[in-house]
Design a protein. Structure first.
Length: 725
């Protein structure tokens, strides 16, 4: 028997319940219309993978309880698991409101009795979780979090739900003991019912309190439900589809603009230019700030906050009601002079600098507990800025012009794509040209051919391939830019033109397998070329080198001086985080005998060198330089050598060791994984009868860069202004 079972309680119950539910349904409908108006995106592939992911990520709360976030993980787990378990009691409560005979207590009493102690336990655990959350907000106050009234309201709603739930059950046991066979199993509520008896509470008082707490529980539950669509905790409503529809492809992959020649818009200038997943993401953001806490741009003093970027889009969505007016500020709004309002673009909402601060490292996406995809959203706004507004930094514009005019991004280089081949020929090493008969096409990349420091890496890798008997060839003058710089700088049209030219050439030559030492080229060829009929088995050079070492084709010699070196390996974002290439580089370092030490931020938690997202050529004008921060972290490990596996990382660390005093003082050096193995393998070869080694000598270690030779603060590490290439 509940207060809603008799007149006028039943009428009040119906009015309250359906009134709140109607408002909730309208709120959800309005938001759902945004998703249906957005661009399509197929996320219904790999169904079993998606279903399987619900177990650890949704039920297990695994991304919330990661290392470094144990406190938040524990409190959220207590509340979340309590929320799931107590849905049973909520259903029973609502059914009881209609009639006790159709409640779970009446229909399945044995099963419900089994769950009684579990639910009472979670009542207490949820309250403990709320107390922990309150302590976090009052005392700890993490800077990453948005500590606003929204959060306090949510905590109050949940806390009062727990209190009223216990109270309602206690008064039902006290007033109607004949309806329950084993009330003592609900040990918390039953304990309170016994207390009411000990206090000699009258039936009238108990009924009044029961009515008070019953309607409080009902209204609190329904008000919380109605509040959620307008709250940063709206993820409670949409987290299931959010996790189920999470990205399957690697996080570094960008969606193409399809039929670009016929496209009417480029990028995302208004809300309906986003795909539906990009509009679902803002409603899942809890503003926990984990994304911002790991963002290299934010850490080094730039304006970008991935959290705020997503929140700004949610605010833009909230401002665009009704959804028929997606891209106008408000109907009848004016600019202050009585004229119609200027259409609001996404770039207005999120900001110019914020959009260009992103280095596409994906740390934000890796850290997000609910699989929000920040980088694709930022890149689509950047596309809009470049292709529709021509709004970009001067250095980005200069780089795109260089790509259009010269086919590569490097200003000032005196090298051509065949210079290194001619130099190796002069040293007695013939580099094979790819003709379709070889197993691998070695994609050298613009940096590997046109940047002097990275040319040394290219030569070392070729020597290793030749020594191991790898069947490979290069394209030489026929190789063009992979298109990654153009795409990440927002010029999708230029990217597609470069990609299609490369694919046409590679398909004509019968390319089946590709090895690349640039992670950006690797990622583009492996994951993005298939959109344009360019499907190749693509490996990163560290993967192939590790395989050759394991097979004994590259017999590393540990008595070569490298065993006395301490090496720290920097994981490039586009191998470790975006493509999960983590163990192979470390296996190669282990083979050469060096002592390995890890930086605090390593593997999938790596910290960007600062060159991603086209920032190899875009200057940093605010805060610290990202590469200097990362270099300091590497030097602090005590390592003698910083090992890299990316030409961009190489240049950023070469700049960093010159501008970080501790690195310059200690003579810290930077080598690619291929160079370290080349030194080892070259030493391991026996001398020929004439006294000359069977392989070219190991590359001489460069002199440490003097601190005074470092580029001025804020200047990108680029060559001069003109090019002859």
């Amino acid at each position: 028997m509940t207060p809603a079972n008799e007149f006028p309680g039943n009428i009040i119950f119906v009015l309250i319940f359906f009134g709140f539910m109607a408002f909730f349904a309208w709120s959800m409908f309005v938001r759902a219309r945004w998703l249906f108006a957005a661009k399509p995106l197929n996320r219904l592939d790999n169904i079993f993978w998606r279903l399987a992911g619900l177990v650890p990520w949704l039920l297990g709360n695994a991304r919330v309880t990661r290392r470094g976030y144990w406190y938040s993980g524990v409190l959220h787990s207590l509340i979340w698991w309590g929320f799931l378990i107590l849905q049973i009691r909520t259903l029973n409560f609502l059914l009881n409101g209609i009639d006790h005979s159709i409640s779970l207590e009446a229909l399945v009493p044995s099963l419900y009795d089994v769950l009684r102690p579990v639910m009472d336990t979670f009542n207490i655990l949820v309250i403990v979780g709320i107390a922990m959350a309150a302590f976090q907000r009052i005392v700890w106050k993490p800077k990453r979090m948005s500590l606003n009234i929204d959060g306090w309201m949510t905590l109050f709603f949940i806390f009062w739900l727990m209190v009223t739930d216990i109270m309602v059950n206690s008064f039902e046991f006290y007033l109607h003991p004949e309806l329950f066979e084993n009330p003592e199993l609900s040990y918390v509520a039953y304990g309170f019912s016994q207390l009411w008896g000990e206090l000699g509470m009258s039936t009238g008082t108990a009924e009044a309190l029961n009515t008070f707490f019953w309607y409080n529980h009902l209204i609190d539950f329904l008000a919380f439900l109605a509040f959620l669509p307008y709250s940063k905790h709206s993820h409670v409503l949409v987290v299931v589809p959010q996790i189920f529809l999470r990205r399957h492809e690697p996080t570094g992959v960008m969606e193409p603009i399809k039929n670009i020649e016929e496209a009417e818009t480029f990028g995302a200038g208004k809300l309906t230019d986003f795909n539906w997943k990009q509009l679902l993401d803002p409603f899942n953001c809890t503003e926990c700030g984990r994304c911002t806490e790991v963002c290299p741009a934010h850490i080094t003093g730039k304006l970008l906050s991935p959290k705020q970027y997503i929140v700004d889009i949610r605010h833009m969505l909230d401002d665009e009601i009704p959804p028929a007016r997606f891209w106008m500020k408000k109907e009848g709004a004016s600019n202050g002079d009585g004229e119609a309002a200027v259409p609001m673009t996404t770039s207005d909402a999120v900001g110019f600098e914020q959009t260009w601060d992103c280095v596409t490292c994906g740390a934000c996406m890796e850290a997000c507990p609910v699989f929000i995809e920040h980088v694709p959203t930022i890149m689509d706004v950047r596309r809009f800025m470049v292709m529709e507004q021509s709004n970009m930094p001067e250095t980005a514009q200069a780089t795109l012009m260089q790509l259009e005019q010269r086919g590569h991004p490097w200003r000032g280089t005196q090298l051509t794509r065949t210079t290194w081949i001619e130099e190796m020929a002069a040293e007695g090493t013939e580099v094979p040209l790819f003709d379709g008969s070889q197993e691998y096409l070695y994609w050298v990349g613009c940096s590997g051919a046109l940047q002097e420091r990275n040319v040394k890496v290219t030569k070392a890798l070729v020597r290793l391939f030749l020594q191991a008997g790898v069947s490979f060839g290069v394209l030489a003058t026929e190789e063009g830019c992979s298109g990654d710089p153009a795409r990440r700088l927002g010029n999708e049209y230029l990217y597609q033109m470069q990609a299609k030219q490369n694919i046409e050439l590679m398909n004509a030559k019968g390319v089946q397998k590709v090895v690349a030492n640039c992670p950006h080229c690797y990622n583009t060829i492996k994951h993005e070329y298939p959109d344009f009929e360019g499907t190749y088995e693509t490996v990163h050079h560290t993967e192939l080198l590790a395989q050759l070492v394991r097979s004994g084709k590259l017999p590393a010699q540990q008595a070569n001086g490298l065993q006395d070196k301490t090496v720290t390996y920097h994981d490039p974002c586009y191998t470790a985080r975006h493509n999960d290439i983590i163990d192979e580089p470390r296996q190669v370092i282990a083979a050469v005998g060096s002592n390995q030490v890890e930086m605090p931020r390593c593997k999938r938690g790596t910290f960007c060198c600062g060159a991603g997202g086209g920032h190899m050529w875009v200057e940093e004008n605010r805060g610290e330089r990202i590469n200097d921060v990362r270099t300091k972290e590497a030097v602090d490990t005590g390592a003698d050598v910083i090992a890299v596996a990316c030409p961009f990382c190489m240049q950023m660390f070469e700049s960093g060791v010159g501008s970080v005093p501790a690195a310059a003082e200690r003579g810290v050096q930077v080598f690619d994984i291929a160079e370290l193995l080349d030194m080892s393998v070259a030493y391991s070869k026996p001398l020929a009868p004439n006294g000359n080694g069977g392989a070219p000598p190991a590359p001489a270690e460069p002199e440490p860069v003097a601190a005074s030779d470092a580029p001025p603060e804020g200047e990108a590490p680029q060559p001069g202004d003109e090019t002859t290439a």
